[in-house]
Design a protein around this ligand. Structure first.
Ligand code: AVI
Length: 326
């Protein structure tokens, strides 16, 4: 079945009206928890997203440039696993940067970026549509941490999800399986996923990547407090908190925290939150996997790992796996 219908640069847009996140409620819940935490999704306001781009440029943060190198070096071989004329879905597509490395080689019929930020999504979808005139772009405004739906029924089309960046590492492993099951539900038997995953390695390399010399990661972490001050009428003094990030070998993850330098009380929307000296707000986990651990995770969600590509230093991996027909 062909789903090609574009005769100009227009895009199709589908709005699933994702429920707006409750920044106030989630931050207060997290800060009033016995172990204080703030979900990492709140890093990405406009300023946070810009700082994240700076992290990706920093000399120590290897994942972005390594994944780009893997995709560039192997696009032709990747395309052997993915039907031309497929529907290529990208949950959490953001700037759609990495997919550009594949489009000319994969030649999908339709690219479907999915993102929660509607205006940005439409802008990027239009840019891609203009740049790749042969490609149909069907953008879907959706929160991919909810149950993902396809906007229309496409039984006969090969459906492949693209999930780069090791964003899967920011899920708890049990939630990662649920997310992959959700992807399996939409790509259906015969469909597949191309997914980027950061690998376990010497902890010095990991610790350096999350404590980069430019200070971008520290700024990214501390920007959460600036955002809370600005949006929730809070009075965090940024001089009294510091960025802390380290590889937790037992849990197989890099943890990021904001550490209170002293005993202090902070007011957040009229609530007093007290901190002991060295008490932290846990802001992110970034799980690292061996190739086998990640393949087991894929299998737990019903996928069959078919091929994995890595770089020469085994820093990062890109897996292709499909959902078996029965
Ligand atoms: C988006 N995510 C995969 C990044 C990571 O490495 O876990 C977020 C990040 N946090 C600090 N540096 C980068």
């Amino acid at each position: 079945m062909t789903i090609k219908d574009k005769d100009n640069d227009d895009i199709q847009f589908y709005d699933f009206h994702p429920t707006p996140t409750d920044f106030f409620g989630e931050v207060l819940d997290g800060l009033m928890n016995e172990k204080k935490f703030i979900p990492p999704k709140f890093f990405y306001n406009e300023k946070g997203s810009k700082i994240f781009d700076a992290i990706c440029e920093s000399p120590e943060y290897y994942p972005t440039r390594t994944e780009i190198e893997i995709l560039q070096n192997n696009a032709a071989e990747i395309s052997k696993y993915i039907d031309a004329d497929c529907l290529l879905i990208e949950p959490g597509s953001g700037s759609s940067q990495k997919v550009r490395l594949l489009l000319d080689t994969l030649k999908p019929s339709v690219y479907m970026p999915m993102d929660i930020s509607k205006d940005y999504l439409i802008q990027i979808a239009k840019d891609i549509s203009t740049e790749y005139r042969w490609l149909d772009v069907h953008a879907a405004c959706i929160d991919y941490t909810d149950k993902i739906k396809l906007p229309y029924n496409l039984d006969d089309v090969h459906k492949v999800a693209f999930f780069p960046g090791s964003s899967i590492g920011n899920f708890e492993p049990s939630d990662a399986i649920k997310f992959l099951e959700n992807i399996a539900d939409i790509v259906k038997p015969g469909g597949g996923i191309l997914i980027g995953v950061d690998l376990k390695k010497n902890s010095d390399v990991l610790n350096a990547a999350y404590n980069d010399s430019t200070g971008a990661t520290a700024d990214f972490n501390l920007n959460l407090l600036t955002r809370i001050n600005e949006e929730l009428d809070a009075d965090f003094d940024l001089n009294n908190f510091e960025h802390s990030a380290y590889y937790n070998d037992t849990k197989g993850r890099v943890e990021m925290h904001l550490k209170s330098k002293k005993h202090q009380t902070v007011s957040v929307a009229d609530k007093d939150i007290s901190f002991l000296e060295n008490e932290t707000i846990h802001t992110e986990n970034s799980y690292k996997y061996t190739l086998h651990e990640f393949q087991d995770l894929l299998r737990a969600a019903g996928f069959e790992p078919l091929r994995v590509w890595t770089d020469d230093n085994d820093l990062f991996s890109v897996h292709y796996c499909n959902l078996p027909l029965n």
